[in-house]
Design a protein around this ligand. Structure first.
Ligand code: ATP
Ligand code: MG
Length: 183
């Protein structure tokens, strides 16, 4: 599975539909301070099921919706669509019905978030597990926030173990164990 495209509408500063093609190899996003580079990374994390508003640098999840400027009104919803190349057919059952997998998350003011996988309604948990099992996801060590390196250096061993588990590809199992313990 490989990410091939990220589309945003009304997400943070990306008020107009924005289409980012992710080709093979290295993709660089460059631009002046405040142009939205970190917002793009947050969009990626968000569509993979991030539930912590703080990780999105907001106080509530609706803060990801374009809040308006002096010249443009605020939006009522934000949507992010992640296209995944699934031509190797490695996506798990339920997500594996075509060579392309499109995961869409939309948040509407006063309504909340909804997810779709190839146009079909999907639960947040299933999207989160899809990415956790693929050793990526909203908490993936592959997504490095500003300031995260110094946090890692100062982290307690227990938190560092989480990062190793993620790298070893077992964080999906960790989540399932946690759910089993709750039952
Ligand atoms: P730096 O180089 O300083 O790290 P950056 O390119 O990473 O900058 P971001 O932090 O991604 O920039 O973008 C910040 C911009 O996004 C700010 O101008 C902020 O006002 C805008 N922004 C964040 N949330 C929203 C929102 N909900 N609605 C409108 N604009 C927003
Ligand atoms: Mg930034």
């Amino acid at each position: 599975m490989q990410f091939s495209r990220l589309r945003l509408t009304g997400f943070k500063s990306f008020v107009d539909p924005t289409d980012l093609v992710i080709s093979d190899g290295l993709t660089g996003v460059v631009g002046p301070n405040g142009c939205g580079k970190s917002n793009l990374l947050e969009a990626l994390r968000w569509v993979m099921g991030e539930t912590r508003a703080k990780a999105m640098r907001g106080s509530g999840m609706e803060d990801v919706i374009f809040a308006g400027t002096s010249t443009r009104p605020a939006r009522n919803f934000a949507e992010v669509c992640l296209t995944i190349d699934n031509s190797d057919r490695l996506a798990p059952a339920g997500f594996n019905d075509s060579d392309q997998l499109e995961i869409v998350r939309r948040i509407t003011r006063d309504v909340g978030s909804a997810y779709k996988a190839n146009s079909k309604d999907t639960r947040a948990r299933d999207v989160q597990m899809l990415f956790a099992d693929a050793s990526t996801g909203s908490t993936s060590p592959a997504l490095v926030r500003q300031g995260q390196i110094s946090e890692l250096i100062n982290a307690k061993p227990r938190n560092r173990r989480r990062i190793l588990e993620e790298a070893a590809g077992i964080s999906g199992l960790y989540q399932r164990r946690h759910e089993a313990e709750l039952k």
